[in-house]
Write a protein that binds this ligand. Structure first.
Ligand SMILES: [Zn+2]
Ligand SMILES: [Zn+2]
Length: 265
């Protein structure tokens, strides 16, 4: 069994929970430690199960609570050395644990596969997390999908996938021109269209569930993003994440009589 929850998702903060009966890892800690713990309690997730935090890159919406949460829970915070150097000092974990993109890290029964992606950060990574034959991707902050993203996507059973902005809303919206260009660049964020094309063309046969993640407040809505993916909804389940509240906890289980995966809310 594996449990998934978007504790926070959006350009205002990101934190993704992947756990089993006994232990869990977090990808990113982009809201305060207090908020992360409060939201976990709201969803009946036990913070004591967290064994490690993995940081994807230094932007504050991924690092805000990393230092305090690591310290309070006495758990390791894994990141690359270049990410550590580039973080705000007040977000830097006290005892960082460095990983190399492309090298697997084991935490309990989880295997974490970090890989490099295109984003305007020092050494931006995304992760595929493997546990008991399940593969969960956390793919946010991707300007354009590189071959690593495509390779790891193909293996995923479940996926938190960035669907940051609607192209029309971005270009007609109120953001300053340089910011619009940055978001839409190859080192910015995935639009709804780009995320859709990525899924349509490169998802593997095992993919069952996709959380549309890291939505922009100004340049997207949950409804707009969901509408864009309607064509794929007979292939796999697609769920929106909320910018303001923790998502539902989704459980994957294995049906012994059939040997197939199923999930329940
Ligand atoms: Zn971000
Ligand atoms: Zn970022």
């Amino acid at each position: 069994m594996i449990e998934l929850c978007a504790i926070a998702s959006g350009s205002n903060g990101n934190c993704y929970y992947i756990g089993n009966e006994h232990e869990a890892v977090l990808v990113d800690a982009g809201i305060s430690a207090r908020q992360i713990i409060t939201r976990m309690h709201q969803r009946k997730l036990n913070p004591a199960k967290i064994k490690a935090i993995f940081i994807s890159h230094e932007h504050a919406d991924h690092t805000h609570g990393a230092r305090i949460l690591g310290k309070r829970m006495r758990i390791p915070v894994f990141l690359t050395s270049r990410t550590f150097v580039s973080m705000y000092p007040k977000h830097k974990p006290i005892s960082p644990r460095y990983f190399e993109p492309g090298h697997v890290i084991r935490v309990g029964t989880f295997q974490i596969h970090p890989f490099l992606k295109n984003h305007d950060a020092a050494e931006p990574c995304s992760f595929r997390i493997e546990h008991g034959g399940f593969h969960v991707g956390v793919f946010t902050d991707i300007g354009s999908p590189n071959e690593n993203v495509i390779y790891h996507l193909n293996l995923c059973n479940a996926l938190f996938l960035e669907s940051n902005y609607d192209v029309k809303m971005l270009w007609e919206g109120s953001y300053p021109w340089p910011l619009k260009q940055r978001i839409a660049s190859d080192h910015g964020h995935l639009s709804n269209d780009q995320a859709f094309e990525l899924l349509k063309n490169y998802s593997g046969n095992n993919l069952q569930l996709v959380f549309l993640s890291h939505l922009s407040a100004e340049n997207n809505t949950g409804e707009t993003a969901m509408n864009r993916f309607r064509e794929l909804m007979d292939k796999f389940s697609i769920l929106p994440t909320s910018r303001n509240a923790p998502g539902e906890v989704i459980q994957f289980g294995r049906k012994p009589e059939q040997g197939t995966l199923n999930f329940e809310f």
